[in-house]
Design a protein around this ligand. Structure first.
Ligand SMILES: [Zn+2]
Length: 259
């Protein structure tokens, strides 16, 4: 017992879990705990929503004009009390440097939730820029999957960051996927954490799969792509019966999908 951690212990890890900089051993504890604790799943969902909410303040800060001389204090900021209330005044360069230094150190330590939230501000300000700046396959830590929308067949559907349509599976429920093995090879689960891109509303969460990996959920539906879609903008999986149930594209903006 105790292998799934306590709520307080897990919550202190949610920030680094979302940024992908969590240690593997800690990640396993968080995954196990999230699978059995709806309260902490809700906490994760709230934290996941933060970057979208914080994008506006970040651009406002940029408009105010960042200082040209770099503040020297932020190299050691992780060990001291972060000035969270004045976070938006930080420049992107300092934020990305802080994120990198935190990832580099990756020591086992218990982060305060305030630090976790501060790191989410870092992701909000620089996450997308870092994704673009990093060469593919550079071995960096997993970043959150960004959910987007696209018009497919006259409907607005949820997509991954590359524009591939996302699906939900009829037999699933909000805490468990019914798509394993060969099914999951035809319908690859979208890994958690996911965050909302511009214009995406709804509730994002995560479930633990039977292999211990985490899968992103949207309004309680575990998310998948379809290998039948060979390029963005397709929805060849919509309405298909496979793996013991029916597959549906995730329609957004027009209410819930039918089922
Ligand atoms: Zn909990």
């Amino acid at each position: 017992m105790g292998s799934s951690g306590t709520c307080a212990g897990v919550r202190s890890q949610l920030g680094v879990y979302l940024t992908g900089s969590i240690l593997p051993a800690d990640r396993a504890v968080v995954v196990r705990h999230l699978a059995s604790c709806a309260i902490c799943r809700a906490e994760l969902s709230d934290l996941s929503a933060l970057p979208g909410l914080l994008r506006r303040p970040a651009s406002q800060a940029a408009a105010e004009g960042p200082g040209q001389d770099p503040p020297s204090g932020y190299g050691a900021a992780a060990g001291s009390r972060p000035a969270a209330s004045s976070g938006p005044a930080l420049g992107e360069v300092q934020l990305s440097r802080l994120l990198r230094s935190i990832q580099r150190r990756r020591r086992r330590r218990r982060w305060l939730l305030a630090v976790a939230a501060f790191m989410l501000v870092v992701v909000a300000g620089t996450g997308w820029a870092l994704r673009l700046a990093q060469p593919p396959g550079s071995g960096t830590e997993t970043m959150a999957n960004v959910l987007e929308t696209d018009r497919v067949g006259g409907l607005t559907v949820l997509t991954d960051a590359e524009g591939y349509t996302l699906y939900w599976f009829g037999p699933d429920n909000p805490t468990m996927s019914a798509c394993e093995a060969s099914c999951a090879r035809a319908w690859p689960p979208m890994a958690a954490p996911a965050v909302k891109g511009a214009g995406v509303t709804g509730t994002i969460g995560a479930i633990a799969r039977s292999d211990g990996s985490l899968q992103a959920t949207y309004n309680g539906h575990p998310l998948y792509t379809a290998i039948a879609d060979i390029e963005p903008g397709q929805a060849k999986g919509n309405g298909v019966w496979d793996g013991g149930g029916q597959w549906h594209e995730v329609v957004v903006g027009g209410g819930r999908g039918t089922g």
